[in-house]
Design a protein around this ligand. Structure first.
Ligand code: TXA
Ligand code: MG
Length: 347
């Protein structure tokens, strides 16, 4: 890829209001004109381009090094934007949108023929979400186009939750980064397929299964999420993902983590441990990361990707991670950790 000068706009609360307005307008104009710009959402930073412009969509794939059989999520500012992209809006979608839009829920609809085939990777369906982050909303409104946006990381790396993470991966490859500070939720949106008979979770995320069940009654989980050897229905779920450079293993037993860490250090490796605040002083390793606190999975989700990237910054060779409760947002945390570990888990 040839080098692109990457702009960085500060739209943090500390910035001057008039500057924020000007910066967002400049970023929105670039998107409208076919360029690719990273911006914060309530989940992770997205890498946005005009979803109706196939060349802009191609450039998103190129900047990330993303395989082109993995479709993108289209981000919209309001429900009018939805009507322009889908053939029908099922009643269950209305209920879900009333309950959880704007927010970290992506819905899979039947796509109409205005949606470029590279957005959907040739599927007949399209993934759509309305983010709740004020900066994302403002940018979408100002750009006046639907915005296709995968997470703004290099393909395979942990998703970015700060503008610095985006900068590390994509500086020189994209037109700009809107810096709105750290994102809130920290893991990606839940992907829910409502194009079939029963709503099915293809990727656990910011809206929990429990929350979806409240609205839908019954919700299924894609069999691939339950280790039954099926191919995942969401193309992106088949790739190794979120992986730090060091080799990560999930370990249920805290005492065993220390044993493994001590052994690896004796072999000359730099060893990291992922735990919570409560046990950060319990381990003896080269780098111990406190990923939130026990009993508050939201704090763990918010810090998870920052933690995975911190092991890279510390040049850690081997990482042992505790496992987390799979209820609520814990399902998303464990899904991402299992992928980052490439399935390495000691029970
Ligand atoms: O929170 C999020 O969803 C973030 C922010 C930026 O909005 N975006 C994000 O996008 O995580 P990405 O591209 O990293 O993940 C999109 C996921 C992939 O697993 C992809 O395969 C799936 O959504 N997907 C997209 N379109 C689909 C479709 N038509 N059918 C099934 N899965 C689809
Ligand atoms: Mg991603």
């Amino acid at each position: 890829m040839s080098y692109i000068q990457t702009k960085r706009w500060n739209v943090n609360k500390s910035a001057n209001l008039q500057n924020i307005e000007m910066n967002l307008q400049e970023a929105a104009n670039l998107i409208k004109d076919g360029h690719v710009v990273a911006f914060p959402t309530e989940t992770v930073y997205g890498l946005g381009g005009n979803a109706l412009d196939p060349q802009a969509v191609t450039d998103i794939f190129k900047a990330k090094g993303r395989p082109n059989d993995n479709p993108l999520i289209v981000h919209i500012a309001n429900r009018d934007g939805l009507n322009e992209l889908v053939t029908e809006i099922p009643p269950i979608a209305e209920k879900l949108m009333d309950a959880y839009w704007p927010g970290p829920l992506t819905l899979i609809f039947h796509a109409n023929n205005k949606v470029p085939t590279n957005v959907t990777a040739g599927l007949s369906t399209v993934a759509i979400r309305m983010p709740s982050h004020p900066v994302a909303r403002e940018l979408l409104e100002k750009s006046r186009v639907p915005v296709a946006a995968p997470s703004a990381n290099l393909s395979g790396r942990p998703s970015p939750t700060t503008a610095d993470h985006v900068w590390t991966d994509l500086e020189g490859r994209i037109a700009g980064v809107v810096d709105g500070g750290a994102t809130g939720v920290g893991v990606e949106s839940t992907v829910l397929d409502i194009s079939g008979e029963v709503p099915m979770i293809l990727r656990p995320g910011g809206i929990t299964r429990e929350e979806l069940t409240e609205v839908c009654g019954h919700v299924e989980l894609d069999g691939a999420l339950m280790d039954d050897g099926q191919a995942p229905k969401s193309p992106g779920m088949k790739y190794t993902h979120y992986a730090p450079k060091g080799s990560l293993t999930l370990v249920r037993d805290w005492e065993l983590i220390q044993e493994l860490a001590t052994k690896a250090r004796a072999e000359g490796k730099r060893v990291g441990v992922l735990t919570t605040e409560e046990r950060v002083n319990h381990y003896d390793a080269d780098f111990v990361y406190a990923c939130g606190s026990d009993g508050d999975l939201k704090t763990t989700a918010a810090l998870l990707y920052n933690g995975l990237r911190a092991f890279d910054d510390q040049e850690i060779d081997v990482i042992f991670s505790e496992v987390f409760d799979e209820r609520g947002v814990g399902a998303a945390i464990m899904n991402r950790l299992e992928k980052a570990a490439g399935g390495r888990m000691i029970k």
